[in-house]
Design a protein around this ligand. Sequence first.
Ligand code: NAD
Length: 497
Amino acid sequence: CDTLDKATSFLHSRPQPFCLPNYVRGELSVPHSPSTQFFDSFEPKTGSILCRVPCTQPDEVDGAIRHARAAFPTWSRTSRAERSRYLRRVSELMQEHREVFAVWESIDQGKTLQRARVEVDRAISNFAYFSTYILHEQTAARMIDGVALTYEHRSPAGVMALISPWNMPLYLLTWKIAPCVAFGCTAISKPSEITSMSAVLLSILLRKAELPPGVVNIILGDGPTTGAALVASPLIDGVSFTGGTQTGIDIRRATAHQIRKHLSLELGGKNPTLVFADSMASSAREKTVQVAATAAFENQGEICLCGSRIYVESAVYAKFVDEFEKYVAEKYILGQTVSAVASLQHYNKIRRYLQLAVEEKATFRLGGVPPPLDKESNQGYWIVPTILTDVAPESALQKDEIFGPVVTIAPFEDETEAVRLANDSEYGLAAVILTTDGARMRRVGEQIEAGMVWVNCWLVRELGTPFGGMKSSGIGREGGQYSRDIFTVVRTLHLPA
Ligand code: NAD
């Protein structure tokens, strides 16, 4: 179904929820081991059951890995030009079916259709970008004093486990699959059990693109059963994981004895936005408020890069809070620009933090504690954008990743304190600096402990730049040559001149 209306009437007319299939060795089929369990996946906007997702068992995970291994020797020797053609074909097919992806991503994840379209476009770019990257990449070579020529030789790293979260399901899945197969690896991909739908749609297109069987395999299931079996397998050469920090720790621990396994961990964040007084001058004010609000509330705050801690120079604190509140109340409307959060479990997590805000006597400038819900409530997981002030620096509201439409605002006195507060976090994923002072942009930007720092903008990306976090936000970087480091092994050759 390619429109929300058609998809909704299709869902209502079904006698029972459909089961999603795995994609293994080029075939789509629902796992049927006697021990396979299925769980319900819910539609966040209504709270009703959308589909049933298999929890692929370790023996079936092992079978999929073996198919990926069998496909590796041929795929790794397939020419770059041919691999590039496959990737381009996938991106073209996705473009043709852009609206189908967007509609189902919006239904499955809960995001607005408009946001889903942005992410589908980015997913298409992932395939398009790596389809050309591999044709133009450069290798380092140098002559040592006329005695020896040395050069880097890279080969595909092997069979990779690609594990992604529920917040941007298709975009993050393709951010891993595209470079993985572009650099000649084969893949076992596991999307989040909460949002598996777009992975199945992608499987259909991979089949249509006639990608050789076994090159990409997509298996569905939860973390403790399916994900854990996948990352621990000795037949897996590397793991590219995006998700929560605790899961990253679990994966690191589970693979600690397998030194050869490549590990890329893109984890959580609690990102600061710094608002300097100059950015509230009349010429810049509108943009400042808009960037801070977008960074806080895009996709209901369910983006790892969202700026959920805002710090404002005290001279403009009151003015900023007033204007920010007014802007958010006008622009972020539940059911229009703000949608449901991804799951009941996540709704309850955010709700617990908002109850804590009440207990700690924080000021709710907008929002409040949403009503309790359970599985039978059947009404969707809606949370009003919430702005909190008067939150103690040591509060869990300032420390933990809430990952929802909740932002805190606190004042700072000067640049030194701004940097200290920004860095007062176990995380180090991203930050936003709002200032009109060119020297400060660099001075402050270079002191922030975060993998990505945006000045007077947010979420601007170029796919060749390094993407990843410092501190507990992860290890490794992805994007362009940084993805190449994950999906290839490098040897240096020395030849006599
Ligand atoms: P999560 O860690 O619970 O799950 C992520 C994926 O890991 C899922 O597919 C899950 O099934 C799987 N998984 C869980 N336990 C596993 C295990 N033991 N072994 C292997 N796989 C396992 O995260 P989530 O709740 O789905 O996603 C939200 C988190 O992701 C947030 O912390 C957010 O900041 C983070 N995130 C980070 C980035 C980034 O680029 N740094 C991007 C998006 C989301």
